[in-house]
Design a protein. Structure first.
Length: 287
């Protein structure tokens, strides 16, 4: 791949675009390498291919346990045995919001993760043994799903050791998360595509960084969200504010002007126009 090390924010966004750019069909997105590229924002010298090779080796061990590839009754126990019994990947219930739970390299190193990263690990190892899995973005708790040849669906929870779930199990999980205020809806268990899954991971990271006021770390994350959704007005506006906070007035002005073009009817256009004018005046005084 020729991308063993890469660091600067714009370079990382360019690398990310090679995996998720609009010309790439969603089902052809390389989830593992795209997810590892997120981690390059934190680890500029990350050896991406070394971690991809670790996924390959995990898959080899799973494959050795299966006589009929793609058969759920064999594949799910084999995945669970290797990942959760032998390797002891597990939920990080002690520190759910630790940023390392969102980086696939850290998940592989520490054997700890959150629902979406453990699901990604499960999906990527499953894919390598001919067992296609789809992410399921249930509110508050990410799952994976396998579609059998006759349309039979199997719902799996990698955050809880690869347990196979029924709809009533999902309702119990929602009750735990939302104190009984949310009823399971059929759309909660629909598959999400790869771009949506990566965006959810990025938004998790962005929320952690913004809560910590780590604007310098939040900025490359927003850059990557905009690689996936370049016409997202809210993300363009958020990047403008981050760039402003970090002293990049020219970049902030460009984003604010783009936002005004994208959302000419938005309720905050007067405020945004005034902010852009103020930044232009500040920039003129500096030059």
């Amino acid at each position: 791949m020729g991308m063993e090390t890469y660091g600067r924010s714009d370079v990382v966004a360019e690398t990310f675009a090679t995996f998720v750019g609009r010309r790439i069909e969603d089902e052809r997105i390389d989830l593992a390498r795209a997810a590892l590229t997120l981690a390059v924002t934190e680890y500029p010298n990350l050896q991406v291919e070394a971690y991809v090779a670790r996924l390959d080796r995990l898959a080899e061990r799973v494959r050795a346990r299966i006589s009929e590839l793609g058969e759920p009754a064999q594949t799910i126990p084999a995945l669970n045995a290797v990942l959760f019994e032998e390797e002891q990947f597990r939920a990080n219930t002690e520190d759910y919001y630790d940023v390392r739970n969102s980086f696939l390299n850290d998940v592989l190193d520490r054997k700890l993760g959150i629902p979406i990263t453990l699901s990604l690990l499960y999906m990527e190892v499953g894919r390598r043994v001919g067992f296609p899995l789809f992410g399921v973005g249930m509110p508050g708790h990410f799952l994976v799903k396998h579609y059998g040849v006759e349309g039979h669906q199997v719902l799996i929870d990698p955050y809880n050791g690869g347990r196979v779930l029924t709809p009533s199990d999902c309702q119990r999980r929602l009750d735990e998360l939302y104190a009984g205020h949310i009823s399971l809806q059929p759309e909660f268990l629909l598959p999400v595509n790869r771009r949506q899954m990566l965006t959810r991971m990025l938004n998790n990271l962005k929320s952690i960084y913004l809560a910590a006021r780590s604007f310098r770390k939040a900025l490359p994350i927003v850059d990557m969200i905009l690689v996936i959704y370049p016409r997202s007005p809210e993300d363009v506006k958020q990047r403008a504010m981050l760039r402003h906070s970090l002293g990049n007035l020219r970049g902030a002005i460009d984003d604010l002007e783009d936002y005004l073009k994208m959302s000419p009817e938005a309720s905050d256009v007067d405020e945004i126009r005034a902010t852009a004018l103020s930044l232009r005046r500040t920039l003129a005084r500096m030059n």
